[in-house]
Design a protein around this ligand. Structure first.
Ligand code: SAH
Length: 376
C-alpha cells in the first residue's frame, strides 16, 4: 500500500530515497493534482535520482523553480554517511556507513576482471548466530529500511563517480567503473527483512533508473523456508542458499535456523516451489571448515542430497576472524571435495577470498566501530 506523505503531515525534512514509485506519486500529488502531470513529475524525479544521482532538488532543471523550492523545503535525498573507507591491496573496497540513528553497517565493492559486485547489508547485525560468521557476534540488530538498502548503492555510485559512466555507455566501461552485480551477502538475513528488501529490489531493478536485471541481483539466505518461495515469485531475483552442511546434526550447529527448518524441509521446498527457467540453477554456498564439513563423505552426501535439483555449489574457503573456533580447510581438501562434486556434473567453483586484509571477505563483516566505541 502506498504511504501517504504530505506537506501538511511532514513537519521535518524527510528522505525520498528508497520510496517506491507509488509512494512518490502520492507525495507529488500534493503539488500536482492532475494525475497525468503527477506521473510525469514522478518520472522526472526518478530519472534525476536514479540516473543522475542528484542529491538535491536545485539542479533538477525540468521541474519548475517553485516546485523545486517547495520540495527542497520539506524533503531531502540524502545518503548514508561514509564513516570509513578501506581499500584492500586486491582492489576490494569496504565502506563503513553511519545511519541516521548512528548505527553502522558495512558494504563491500569487489571489482573483478569481467564483473564488479557490490555486497550490501540488509540488517544492522544479524539474529541468526551462525557459529562461523563474524556478523552474528554483533550485539546490536535491527532491520534496514529500503532507503538504507538503496542508499548503500547510491552512496557507492557517488563515491566512485559512477553516475556518468552508467549513463554514457556502461558496455564500454571497465568493471572498475561500473557495478554489474548486487548481492545481499553483507550483514543480516535479507529474508527476515522481507518487505523492505523487496521494495529496495524493485527500485534497483527499475529499468528507468538503476536498471539491474533480476539475474544480476542475488539474495543470499540461511534458509527462511516460507520466504524463499515468496521471494522467488515476487522479487524474482536470484537466490543463493547458505547450505554449509549435509547432515542436520552439523547444520544445527553451523546454521542454527536449521532447527526451525531442517535440510529436508529446505530442499523439499526448493524442489517443489522454485520454478527454474531454462539453464537456471539453484546456487548453494558451502563454507569449507577444517574437519567439520569437508570430508569426502560430506561431498558424496551433498551430491545425493541435491540429486534432481539443478544446482551450482560455491565452495567458500572459511574466512577467519579473531575469536572464531574454526579453521579453513586445506586447499587439498577443498580440491578433493570439489572433484567429487564436479564428477557428478555439478558446477562447483571455489570462491576466491577478497579483501581479507581489510576484513571485507564473506562473513567477516561486523561494525568494528561498535567494539571501538564500547572500549573507549
Ligand atoms: N544471512 C545471509 C546472508 C549473509 S552472509 C546468509 O546466511 O546467506 C553471506 C554468506 O557468507 C553466507 O553464505 C554465509 O554463510 C557466508 N559466511 C559467513 N561467515 C563466513 C566466513 N567466516 N567465511 C566464509 N563465509 C562466511
Amino acid at each position: 500500500m502506498p504511504i501517504k506523505l504530505t506537506l501538511q503531515s511532514t513537519s521535518q525534512e524527510s528522505n525520498i530515497l528508497g520510496l517506491s514509485r507509488d509512494d512518490l506519486f502520492s507525495l507529488v500529488s500534493d503539488f500536482e493534482t492532475q494525475p497525468k502531470r503527477a506521473s510525469m513529475r514522478v518520472n522526472q524525479l526518478w530519472s534525476w535520482i536514479y540516473c543522475y544521482g542528484m542529491s538535491s532538488f536545485d539542479n533538477m532543471t525540468n521541474l519548475d523553480k517553485d516546485l523545486r523550492s517547495k520540495l527542497q523545503k520539506v524533503f531531502n535525498i540524502s545518503r548514508p554517511a561514509i564513516e570509513k573507507k578501506e581499500v584492500s591491496n586486491d582492489g576490494t573496497i569496504k565502506y563503513l556507513f553511519r545511519l541516521n540513528d548512528q548505527s553502522k553497517i558495512e558494504t563491500v565493492f569487489i571489482p573483478e576482471e569481467k564483473r564488479s559486485t557490490l555486497c550490501i547489508s540488509s540488517q544492522v547485525g544479524c539474529t541468526l548466530n551462525c557459529s562461523f560468521c563474524h556478523t552474528g557476534t554483533q550485539k546490536l540488530v535491527r532491520n534496514l529500511s529500503s532507503q538504507e538498502i538503496v542508499g548503500q548503492v547510491i552512496a557507492v555510485y557517488d563515491d566512485l563517480g559512477l553516475w556518468e559512466k552508467k549513463r554514457v555507455n556502461s558496455s564500454n566501461s571497465s568493471c572498475f567503473e561500473i557495478i554489474t552485480n548486487i548481492v545481499f551477502m553483507g550483514m543480516g538475513e535479507p529474508l527476515l527483512n522481507y518487505e523492505e528488501v523487496k521494495k529496495a529490489c524493485s527500485i534497483l531493478m527499475d529499468n528507468k533508473g538503476l536498471d539491474f536485471s533480476r539475474r544480476r541481483i542475488t539474495l543470499s539466505t540461511a534458509g527462511i523456508v516460507p520466504k524463499i518461495k515468496l521471494a522467488h515469485e515476487e522479487i524474482r531475483c536470484m537466490i543463493a542458499i547458505s547450505l554449509h552442511a549435509t547432515e542436520n546434526k552439523t547444520r544445527d550447529i553451523l546454521v542454527p535456523i536449521n532447527k526451525k527448518w531442517n535440510l529436508e524441509q529446505l530442499l523439499g521446498s526448493l524442489r517443489d516451489d522454485i520454478k527454474l527457467r531454462n539453464s537456471e540453477r539453484v546456487t548453494f554456498e558451502y563454507v569449507m571448515l577444517d574437519g567439520i564439513n569437508d570430508t569426502k563423505e560430506d561431498a558424496h552426501r551433498l551430491v545425493r542430497l541435491l540429486q534432481g535439483l539443478p544446482s551450482k555449489i560455491n565452495l567458500i574457503p572459511f574466512n577467519n576472524w579473531t575469536g572464531s573456533q574454526y579453521k579453513r580447510s586445506s586447499l587439498d581438501r577443498i580440491n578433493a571435495f570439489r572433484d567429487i562434486i564436479i564428477k557428478s556434473r555439478l558446477p562447483s567453483p571455489i570462491r576466491k577470498p577478497r579483501g581479507e586484509d581489510i576484513m571485507a571477505a564473506c562473513g567477516q563483516l561486523k561494525s568494528n566501530s561498535v567494539k571501538e566505541e564500547a572500549s573507549i
